[in-house]
Design a protein around this ligand. Structure first.
Ligand SMILES: [Zn+2]
Ligand SMILES: [Zn+2]
Length: 117
C-alpha cells in the first residue's frame, strides 16, 4: 500500500484525487485531509492523513525533536529552586543573579572554611 504522504506530494495524483473527490465525494481511496503542519487541504488515499508532503513530515519531525529537546532542558535552579528553561545544557541557575548568589555563597563558604579558628 502506498503512503498517503507520497500521494500528497505528486501533483498529478493530487489532481486526480481532487477530481475524484469533486465527483464522488469522500469514498474509499479518496479522502480530503488537512495538513496539521501547514494547514493545507490535500487528498489522500487513506483517511486521517495529517501530513501533506515530505517537507511537512520533516517539519513535524523537527518540531517534535525541538520540543523534546526543550523539555529536557527544564531545570531547577540550584539557588532558588524555581523551574526554568535552560538555554544551554550546562545551565544550573535561573538567572545571573542566582548564579552570582551561588558563586558568592561558594566563595564565602571557602573563605569561612579557611579562617583558622
Ligand atoms: Zn503541509
Ligand atoms: Zn534562581
Amino acid at each position: 500500500m502506498q503512503d498517503p504522504v507520497r500521494y500528497a506530494e505528486v501533483p498529478s495524483i493530487q489532481a486526480a484525487l481532487a477530481e475524484d473527490y469533486a465527483r464522488y465525494g469522500e469514498h474509499t481511496g479518496c479522502y480530503q485531509c488537512g495538513c496539521y503542519v501547514c494547514g493545507r487541504l490535500f487528498y489522500a488515499a487513506r483517511p486521517h492523513a495529517v501530513l501533506c508532503s515530505e517537507r511537512c513530515n520533516q517539519d513535524a519531525t523537527l518540531k517534535r525533536r525541538r520540543e523534546a529537546r526543550l523539555s529536557e532542558r527544564i531545570r531547577t535552579c540550584l539557588t532558588c529552586g524555581v523551574e526554568f528553561q535552560a538555554k544551554r545544557k550546562d545551565t544550573q541557575y535561573c538567572s545571573a543573579a542566582c548564579k552570582q548568589k551561588a558563586y558568592r555563597g561558594r566563595v564565602t563558604a571557602r573563605v569561612t572554611a579557611e579562617i583558622p579558628k
